[in-house]
Ligand binder design. Structure first.
Ligand code: URA
Length: 234
């Protein structure tokens, strides 16, 4: 691990402004390996040197993995001039990191969204080679039948001629279905049902691979999942 300036390290790890950290360092709030450090330009080795700030040890994390229960009405972008984005819902302590959403959910889609600053992990998640199953509960404006289930299993051909990979489809109630796909084309689920004249009235992602949306995570809430890669077998 490369050396890092102490002010940058503390600011990034704790999500507090660089200027506030500098003031704290000058006042003697920082200790590295037991020694008080008042020089904001001093360097340390993240993960190796023990850093205490304001009496609390900083447990170093190279990357963070956050699961958000995305509410409807929020866009999956890093920032937007007019609309609220999923990154606006991330707790302040993570905001100094270069976070992005892993893949995209439509503005009106709810449920499980992974947010991370680990680009390699994100890439592995969305790579078509990974074949990760994404499971959705879909509210429809009509009912599915055996022919539609069979067509999903064969691979639906979308209006633009793209042939989707085989998908699992089952009814889970009146005008409600579970669909499991292994790709992530633009508006894919909506377009798949559209082929059969069915409109999607609600769309909720319940899992990505082995990772399920935690039941106790309310809409708009986030939870950090440090061992996400092992959990997902990635
Ligand atoms: N398919 C869609 O149509 N929309 C989503 O948000 C996700 C999958």
């Amino acid at each position: 691990m490369d050396k890092q300036r102490i002010d940058r390290f503390i600011s990034n790890q704790l999500g507090i402004s660089r200027s506030a950290v500098r003031t704290g360092i000058r006042r003697g709030l920082a200790r590295v390996n037991g020694e008080c450090v008042k020089d904001c330009a001093a360097s340390l080795v993240p993960g190796k040197d023990a850093v205490i700030y304001g009496g609390n040890e900083i447990s170093y994390k190279e990357y963070v993995y956050i699961v958000l229960n995305k509410p409807a009405g929020i866009i999956c972008a890093s920032r937007d001039k007019t609309q609220k984005t999923v990154l606006d819902l991330v707790p302040e302590e993570y905001k100094k990191r270069r976070l992005s959403a892993v893949g995209r959910l439509d503005k009106d889609t709810t449920g499980l969204l992974i947010i991370t600053d680990d680009g390699d992990f994100a890439h592995r998640c969305i790579s078509p080679k990974s074949d990760i199953e994404k499971s959705y509960i879909v509210g429809l404006d009509g009912d599915i039948n055996g022919d539609i289930v069979a067509a999903f299993g064969e691979g639906v051909t979308l209006a633009d001629g793209y042939r989707c990979k085989p998908a699992f489809l089952e009814s889970v109630g009146e005008r409600r279905a579970r669909v499991v796909i292994t790709e992530g084309k633009y508006h894919q689920v909506k377009r798949m049902f559209g082929v059969f004249g069915l409109g999607v009235v609600s769309l909720h992602r319940e899992s990505v691979g082995k990772l399920k949306l935690p039941e106790n995570l309310g809409e708009g809430e986030c939870v950090e999942v440090p061992d996400i890669a092992e959990m997902m077998g990635l």
